[in-house]
Design a protein around this ligand. Structure first.
Ligand SMILES: O=C(O)CCC(=O)C(=O)O
Ligand SMILES: [Fe+2]
Length: 314
């Protein structure tokens, strides 16, 4: 079984399907079926790993797909997380995602995912990317931005290095802050660069290689007083399967109906200063939070194999 995320997913149904394949040891894949589909009965298979620091061993286990989620507690000191939360709230500018305006989650810089189908937005993304990266660093100053710390630590461990994802020959955004508005969930979805590239108006560079895996990395600065748990399903539907599971209540077509899903494989209640990394092609969601904004910072990490540099972007 191949476990690569391909970049050749069809733009529309029915053309040269090359789905994202299931992770190793997955439950039997469901077939694409619309709203009437029976609930998926994905068996919980891969366990989360918790640790007090990133190591080459726990990083490798995550990258190779052995671990579903890597939870580093105390990546930043809780006091530090509190100070950074205040800086973010006082100095960062947040807005909702252009592509998901009905979801109460706001981010600092505009992300690549939002450029879909628009030349203007793609241009704007690249024009603002470097400024967005630097602004987030500036907001954290004189403290080290948790996103920068993550880049440094990954670079220390991964001898093949770490570089900007560079899909189009221009620096991509590297790091966002996020606030989750009171009472809003981030509904089940997948984050897959191949799909975002397919939706962009410019093809990637000719030498742009597909990723084997993509990870979401989040550093939690201010978790919600109630709710705000991260839910992950050890299940990676293909593009066609995802379309069959779509929740049409939401504007963004990548949202998956909760009613079509079994209980999540893992539910994590992040604490201030924690770092959590997980395979973002697996369905994941954030439960509705109450009691002040849930504040975090986020970065995608790309993996192309043991002898390739890791990459990062938003
Ligand atoms: O905030 C979280 O816990 C996860 C948000 C998310 O969907 C992601 O980082 O891909
Ligand atoms: Fe996500």
């Amino acid at each position: 079984m191949s476990d690569s995320i391909t970049e050749t997913e069809p733009r529309t149904l029915g053309t040269s399907p090359a789905p994202i394949t299931a992770a190793p040891m997955m439950a039997a894949p469901i077939t694409a079926a619309p709203i009437t589909a029976a609930p998926i009965t994905a068996a919980p298979v891969r366990a989360p790993q918790t640790a007090s620091a990133l190591t080459l061993q726990n990083l490798r286990a995550l990258l190779t797909g052995e671990t579903l989620v890597l939870h580093i507690s105390g990546f930043r000191h809780p006091d530090d997380a509190q100070q950074l939360t205040q800086k973010m709230i006082d100095h960062a500018q947040f807005e909702r995602y252009f592509r998901a305006p009905d979801i109460g989650v706001q981010r600092t810089g505009m992300t690549f995912f939002e450029t879909n189908g628009s030349d203007d937005l793609l241009l704007r993304y690249y024009e603002e990317a470097l400024l967005g990266t630097r602004t987030l660093r500036q907001v954290c100053s004189p403290r080290l931005s948790p996103v920068d710390q993550l880049r440094l630590e990954l670079g220390d461990l991964w001898l093949e290095g770490l570089r900007n994802e560079n899909a189009h020959g221009r620096p991509m955004l590297a790091g966002i802050g996020r606030v989750f508005e009171n009472g809003f969930e981030l509904p089940p979805h997948q984050d897959i660069l191949a799909r975002d590239l397919r939706d962009a108006t410019q093809p990637p560079l000719a030498n742009h290689q597909p990723l084997l895996r993509q990870f979401s990395a989040n550093i939690y600065l201010r978790p919600a007083a109630q709710g705000g748990e991260l839910e992950i399903w050890d299940f990676t539907p293909s593009f066609q399967e995802q379309e069959g599971l779509r929740d049409r209540e939401f504007q963004y077509e990548g949202i998956i109906a909760r009613t079509a899903l079994p209980a999540p494989t893992v539910v994590i209640d992040p604490q201030p200063g924690d770092l959590i990394l997980f395979d973002s092609s697996c369905i994941h969601a954030v439960r509705a939070s109450q009691g002040g904004p849930r504040v975090s910072m986020s970065l995608f990490i790309g993996y192309r194999g043991p002898n390739q540099p890791l990459t990062y972007w938003n």
